[in-house]
Design a protein around this ligand. Structure first.
Ligand code: PGA
Length: 249
């Protein structure tokens, strides 16, 4: 059975006071959830989150990392620094990193390789823009993103990978892919992985959907056979909304 996962990408939100308040609330509300629950605070809040959640099943991820091991990269944070504060999950390839910080397929490939080398788990994000969707190129774009970053990996490393399909036009816009659109592309993604890496990888791979998932649409999206959970932005900043999404699994 595939693992169900709901991850909250906090982006550049929540200082230490807000982190503490939100995590205390989530801990209090999180009884027995059927999904792995992950939160991704800013770098500066990672150690605090790990500490606050040490007696909880809620896991902590970083939102990014540098592709280099160390060196003269002012303002950057390395994989081993993230691991050093007790975090071994990292989001790589979020569309905001791709578009606002010009992260290319090449640099993302390097980041994935380094994270896996450090034995970290990777939540790899990808997805088409509105123009691709409108011109019917979305299957092609998504295939290209996956092939470039992940298809040279050894099949044994896939147990450390979680995919997050996030159509750019649905992120933070309030517009979400319909459950049918999500299922169609998730099935396509799984079949690509199946062709390349075989049944045992494709059938155990968790593929999350992200883009304006809210309490009122989560259940329908999560009920699609190839959707294994979600990567949640805006709604992960509110404990009630995030828990309602987690409980929609
Ligand atoms: P959203 O963000 O839920 O606010 O659309 C999703 C994401 O950026 O991962």
């Amino acid at each position: 059975m595939r693992t169900k996962i709901v991850a909250g990408n906090w982006k550049m939100n929540n200082d230490s006071l807000a982190t503490s308040a939100l995590l205390q609330e989530l801990k209090r509300m999180n009884q027995i959830s059927k999904a792995r629950m992950i939160v991704a605070p800013a770098y500066t809040q990672l150690a605090q989150a790990v500490n606050l959640l040490k007696d909880s099943s809620i896991e902590v991820a970083a939102q990014n990392m540098n592709a280099e091991v160390s060196g003269a990269f002012t303002g950057e944070v390395s994989a081993s620094m993230i691991k050093g504060v007790g975090v071994s999950i990292v989001i790589i390839g979020h569309s905001e990193r791709r578009s606002l910080y010009s992260e290319t397929d090449k640099v993302l490939t390097e980041k994935v390789a380094l994270a896996l080398h450090e034995n970290m788990e990777v939540i790899f994000c990808f997805g088409e823009e509105l123009s691709h969707r409108k011109s019917g190129q979305h299957f092609e774009v998504v295939s290209h993103q996956l092939k470039t970053a992940l298809f040279d990996l050894d099949a044994s490393l896939w147990k450390k990978i979680i995919l997050a399909y996030e159509p750019v036009w649905a992120i933070g816009t309030g517009e979400t892919a319909s459950p049918k659109q999500a299922q169609e592309i998730h099935a396509h993604i799984r079949s690509l992985i199946h062709q390349k890496f075989g049944e045992s990888v494709s059938s155990s791979l968790s593929i999350l959907y992200g883009g304006s998932v809210k309490p009122n649409n989560a259940k329908e999206i999560f009920s699609q056979p190839d959707v294994d959970g979600g990567l949640i932005g805006g709604a992960s900043l509110n404990a009630n909304e995030f828990m309602a999404i987690v409980n929609a699994i």
